[in-house]
Design a binder for this molecule. Structure first.
Ligand code: HEM
Length: 548
């Protein structure tokens, strides 16, 4: 057969296979009710990415259809979306690697960071995780408390200095917290990288890296246009080797991503050159700090415990981004809620100051971990902020094989049948909404849309379906791919909150503004913006003064 006919036959066959697979892929979830979509091309993808207020769509859908429903992806693909506790537990926690990451999600992260732990799958992921786990053990993380406290008091001193001059500080709180958490991760990584981001000190000349990271979630995918949404939807059908070339595209956000990536790789290489030889010393070989662990893995002869240069640099990039922006945004929402809940803020301060008096009486200086854990009101405020404002609002997962998803909240099918489990085929996309799960009234109480930390006095965890790594919340995800840094983040938030609430008063800013939760569509990351000014970037204006 002549070549052109042969090629045409292959294309026709591929198309046929594509169409048939499409039909069978979606077959098992057709009977699940869900919002109608008028667009075959976009489904709900564009509408979801364009939300003014993150997650408003799923909050509406869950009130219409129950805890699990069907949505449309681009090109007529049927997705499931769920906030059901048992389904969430099954997909995210109990199924190991049977529900994998969606190409669009994983590849966006890959373009940003390279082959780090967030972006590798299966046995590669097991290898990365096994190498990194010792750096995040509960025992090792306790040693970081002095670092957290030092940066907290450095921030405190900065604010005191500004307040001496002005008496009152009307400021973008999120920027300060982002710098503080970046300094922590910079020091921790040597602690870790031996790289001082100098973020709190830097002022206008602050480090190039800090500038590179600033607003990256917004720049990556805030309110993408239709072409960008469609372009990204095609990634599910394109070989990974071709997807890797996307970063060379000359249209935003790719030049922005490329320049941050190049900048970080240059720093990473320099750090590896400078630090690499030091790991041979006895102290470093025994050390569990992250950089030593990574460099040891680089030198390993065993492929099961080895990380190559690209993987190590990607790991540093990932830890820097995942480790600072998430924590600082959570804290930003916490102080925002405190500014609106003055009585709670006063109670928290009273509890912290009472503890301070006890610590001083016993001749101590700084709070220990046990001290911080005893601050129930602070801990409840952190839990409640993680519940109401999860920074990753949810994640899509793809079934690796045919399966049956159990439900704890039965739903009614299109034909009126009550369904307690959903059979799915390999390839089925399921979007697990953490934000939605964390607003289920049956689990959290009737006032789910309100920030009410006192609810945590009444939550009986034994009566809930067990999900997640902390407080039955999904904010740190669950299972084999749960957040590796959740304990690190928790202690960091405890230390920073205790220091700042003890010393400062947080109020709404002088100029009245409305805060919105903006969404970076493809990676499902949420960040605060001033309504109508999202293009200016993440912002949380607050008034700070010395606490009486
Ligand atoms: C409030 C703060 C944080 C939140 C809400 C958060 C949330 C999450 C979530 C939801 C995931 C799962 C992502 C996925 O499956 O694709 C994750 C993974 C991860 N997080 Fe965090 N995180 C926080 C802090 C941190 C910190 C402080 C670090 C490091 C110091 C960190 C490092 C990581 C890493 C390396 C992963 C990938 C784990 C893996 O795939 O095995 N995170 N985080």
């Amino acid at each position: 057969m002549p070549t052109p006919y042969l090629s045409a036959a292959f294309v026709a066959l591929a198309l046929l296979v594509f169409v048939v697979r499409r039909i069978f892929d979606g077959r098992t979830v057709k009977h699940i009710r869900g919002p109608p979509s008028s667009s075959f091309l976009f489904g709900h993808d564009f509408e979801y990415a364009s939300q003014e207020e993150a997650c408003s769509l799923e909050f509406k859908w869950m009130s219409q259809y129950g805890a699990t429903w069907r949505t449309r992806g681009a090109f007529g693909k049927d997705y499931l979306m769920t906030v059901d506790p048992k389904a969430t537990q099954h997909i995210m926690q109990k199924s190991g690697y049977n529900y994998t990451k969606k190409t669009t999600f994983i590849h966006s992260a890959w373009l940003l960071a390279g082959p780090g732990i967030v972006n590798v799958l299966g046995t590669d992921h097991q290898r990365h995780r096994k190498i990194m786990n010792p750096a995040f053990s509960a025992a090792h993380l306790r040693t970081f408390l002095p670092l957290f406290q030092r940066i907290a008091s450095k921030l405190s001193d900065k604010w005191k200095g500004e307040l001496m001059a002005t008496g009152e500080l009307d400021t973008l709180l999120n920027r300060w917290l982002s710098r503080a958490t970046l300094d922590i991760i910079g020091e921790d990584l040597s602690a870790a990288f031996n790289y001082d981001y100098n973020a709190l000190d830097g002022g206008a000349e602050r480090s190039a890296l800090l500038k590179g990271y600033e607003d990256i979630f917004k720049d990556l995918d805030y309110h993408p246009n239709k072409a960008a949404v469609l372009f990204r939807a095609t990634w599910d059908y394109i070989p990974v080797s071709i997807l890797k070339l996307i970063k060379y595209l000359p249209v935003e956000p790719w030049p922005r991503v490329r320049s941050l990536n190049n900048l970080f790789r240059a720093y990473g290489r320099q750090i590896l050159r400078e630090q690499g030889s030091e790991v041979d010393t006895e102290k470093k070989v025994a050390s569990k700090d992250i950089l030593s662990i990574l460099i040891k893995a680089n030198a390993s002869e065993d492929p099961k415990t080895r990380l190559d240069d690209d993987e190590i640099i990607a790991e540093m990039f990932t830890l820097t981004l995942a480790g600072h922006e998430t924590t600082s945004s959570t804290l930003t929402f916490l102080f925002y809620e405190l500014s609106k809940n003055q009585k709670y803020q006063a109670r928290m301060r009273e509890e912290i100051r009472a503890l301070r008096a006890r610590v001083t009486a016993r001749g101590g200086n700084d709070f220990t971990i046990e001290d911080l854990d005893s601050l129930t009101l602070t801990m409840n405020a952190i839990k409640e902020t993680l519940r109401l404002h999860p920074i990753l609002v949810g994640l899509p997962r793809v079934a690796e094989k045919d399966d049956v998803i159990p439900l704890s909240r039965p739903i009614t099918s299109t034909t009126g049948e009550v369904i307690t489990e959903i059979p799915v085929r390999r390839g089925q996309v399921i979007h697990v909404s953490f934000a939605g799960y964390q607003r289920l009234p049956e689990v959290w109480g009737e006032d789910v849309h309100t920030w009410n930390p006192d609810r945590w006095f009444n939550i009986e965890s034994g009566r809930q379906t067990n999900v997640g790594v902390f407080a039955n919340l999904m904010s740190f995800a669950a299972g084999v791919r749960a957040c590796i840094g959740w304990r690190f983040s928790l202690i960091e938030m405890q230390a920073l909150t205790a220091e700042l609430v003890e010393n400062f008063q947080f109020d709404p800013p002088a100029e009245k503004v409305e805060i919105q939760r903006a969404l970076s569509g493809v990676i499902f990351a949420m960040f605060p913006v001033v309504k109508g000014k999202a293009e200016e970037g993440g912002a949380m204006p607050l008034k700070i003064s010395l606490a009486q």
